[in-house]
Ligand binder design. Structure first.
Ligand code: PMV
Length: 368
């Protein structure tokens, strides 16, 4: 694991490009099929994870920059953050802290006046991982800024690896959002080049095309704030008596999932996806203190999914993040049938406006 991005030479005195301008990236959220839950060191995962990068649930972030006024210290971050066009001190403080931690990697951040303007295409607190889309959009922006100032990240794969590494420091799962399609994060012997430090896309020749057609309909059971933050949740794994078994299970699931992806075994894929979601929730229930993150409606929807599958034999599966909302996963070939069932059976549980239609996406896009 040797990768050291610290670079004291990246200061404005060495800049080749203009020291003021603006950079914009749109970056998606992702949904983990094999879950990352439990970490060590600096946001490093205790087990490898695998996710679908989403398409419609994105964060759009502009970074506006200019040299700091004379006399303002270079060891500090001078940043204003606007969320949905309004100054947001809470988010601003979090991003400022993130940037402060990046001063060894991007020393020029301490020499700039920064304005960050950001918005999401999905409702805030909808349970969609806005930290994954938000942190990956920022990381893409910072790497573009480095490239524009110093010309040091012209090579695409070097750029993306660094963006993924930086996104990970903001929020672990964000490192997977830098890439399109199906993405792996964490050292795993069956995926060459995989690392705990950054994510990488799973090679397309290991993925049956059916998996690129997958829908993810997100059923918003509750819009409330998370009962437990991810960082507290990861921390609780340290005292969880099932933790070591869980890490072993995740590795086994990962390996089995690779075989399903390669052979086009949609049913095998779905069984693993559901087992992973339930394990994640079981871990929360067995933490000290315990958390029950599902709501009665989450359970009702899960039971409906199981009954529908039994009745029709159609490959519809669920997964959940660390919250009550249900992600329905199914291939495009059955989208018409699922839409009818969704309207008739599931909408009464959540309401029409609380379903976000998404699916496997193409990764971040630069805005101009
Ligand atoms: O990136 P974090 O620290 O918010 O952790 C995310 C953890 C899960 O969303 C529950 C699972 C995952 O792998 O995305």
């Amino acid at each position: 694991m040797e990768l050291d991005y610290r670079n004291a030479g990246l200061v404005l005195a060495h800049a080749k490009g203009s020291t003021s301008g603006r950079i914009g990236w749109e970056s998606p959220s992702n949904i983990a099929i094999i879950k990352y839950w439990g970490k060590y060191g600096q946001q490093l995962p205790k087990n490898p994870s695998l996710s679908f990068t989403l398409s419609n649930s994105v964060t759009r972030t502009w970074i506006v920059y200019s040299p700091k006024e004379e006399g303002k210290g270079s060891g500090q971050i001078n940043l204003k953050l606007y969320f949905e066009d309004e100054l947001n001190l809470n988010f601003g403080g979090r991003v400022e802290k993130f940037f402060l931690g990046l001063l060894d990697i991007f020393p020029f951040l301490g020499e700039l006046d920064l304005e960050v303007r950001t918005s999401n295409t999905f409702p805030h607190s909808s349970g969609i991982a806005s930290s994954a889309s938000g942190m990956s959009a920022l990381a893409m922006g910072l790497c573009t800024l480095e490239q524009e100032l110093f010309g040091t990240l012209a090579d695409e794969s070097t750029f993306l690896r660094k963006a993924s590494y930086v996104a990970r420091l903001g929020s672990g799962s964000a490192c997977r959002s830098v890439f399109p399609g199906l993405v792996v994060w964490g050292d795993q012997s069956e995926v060459s080049g995989s690392s705990d430090l950054f994510a990488l896309p799973l090679a397309s020749d290991r993925i049956d095309p059916v998996f690129y057609t997958f829908h993810d309909d997100i059923l918003i059971v509750s819009k409330g704030e998370k009962k437990v933050s991810s960082s507290v949740g990861h921390g609780l794994m340290d005292g969880n008596r099932y933790a070591e078994n869980r890490y072993a299970e995740a590795r086994e699931h990962f390996s089995q999932l690779l075989a399903c992806l390669e052979s086009g075994d949609v049913d095998g894929f779905g069984k693993i996806a559901e087992a992973e979601a339930l394990s994640l929730h079981a871990l929360m229930m067995t933490s000290q203190p315990p958390f029950i993150l599902m709501e009665p409606a989450s359970l009702a929807i899960i039971q409906q999914v199981q009954a529908y599958r039994e009745r029709t034999g159609l490959p519809v599966y669920f997964t959940l993040d660390a919250g009550p909302n249900i992600h329905l996963l199914y291939p495009d070939a059955i989208a018409a049938e699922v839409a009818v069932w969704l309207d008739e059976v599931l909408v009464p549980h959540v309401g029409k406006l609380r379903i976000i239609k998404d699916g496997v996406g193409l990764g971040p896009k630069k805005m101009i």
